[in-house]
Design a binder for this molecule. Sequence first.
Ligand SMILES: C[S@@+](CC[C@H](N)C(=O)[O-])C[C@H]1O[C@@H](n2cnc3c(N)ncnc32)[C@H](O)[C@@H]1O
Length: 232
Amino acid sequence: MSSPGQFSTPAVVYDAGADLGLGCGLPTQFAAITEGNVVLDLGSGAGNDVFVARSLVGDSGKVIGVDMTEAMIAQAQQNLAKLGYKNIEFRLGDIESLPVKDNEIDVVVSNCVLNLVPNKTKAFQEIYRVLKPGGHFCISDIVLRGELPEKLKSLAELYAGCVAGALQYDEYLHAIREAGFVDLEIHKDHQYIVPNATLAQYLNQEDIQIYRQSNAGVFSITASARKPSRTE
Ligand SMILES: C[S@@+](CC[C@H](N)C(=O)[O-])C[C@H]1O[C@@H](n2cnc3c(N)ncnc32)[C@H](O)[C@@H]1O
């Protein structure tokens, strides 16, 4: 039976207390998580995607959330205590040096976190290391295209958050391929649109026109890719 702020279907459990509104996509939607999978959520926050993944892996699977912030781990543990699952673990740790063994994970998910990690190349190498051969990731994240006008950067931070550490779209995909992943797919590619009236507070009409024509902007993407199997 669901309690207020919480609904459950046979497929997905959503816990409103675990959703701090900090995500930028729905990585679990395209992650092809199946019963019995071992899933790792990077930057798990209050546990939202961990709990969604748990409802997909069932009793026979396992979900691990890693976060570098003690307060987030504590909040996630509190939410876990309410839900009572036994096959979820929250670990304190850094994505650049994951507290996870080699070849342990079937599916890695992450929601709006890698843009915050200083070394994206290292992050994707770590994801590769912990995935089983043939395993895959599905990640929602913030990327940039083109150069934002200087005056717009703080506004973009306000709209999308986490813009300061975001990579250019092409660099992001390059880091994924460089780590050894194959079958890279982009499932969602959404631009954060700033209305003209808001832009006008920061730019004059000529600069707004130049900015619009440049197609530069802040995007949320959801991408997946696979670690090759041992025989590939
Ligand atoms: C924008 S929040 C997203 C939280 C969660 N994924 C969600 O969608 O609600 C970013 C989270 O990533 C964590 N984080 C940032 N950098 C990290 C790193 N290098 N290693 C582990 N966790 C990190 C933060 O502590 C924070 O909980």
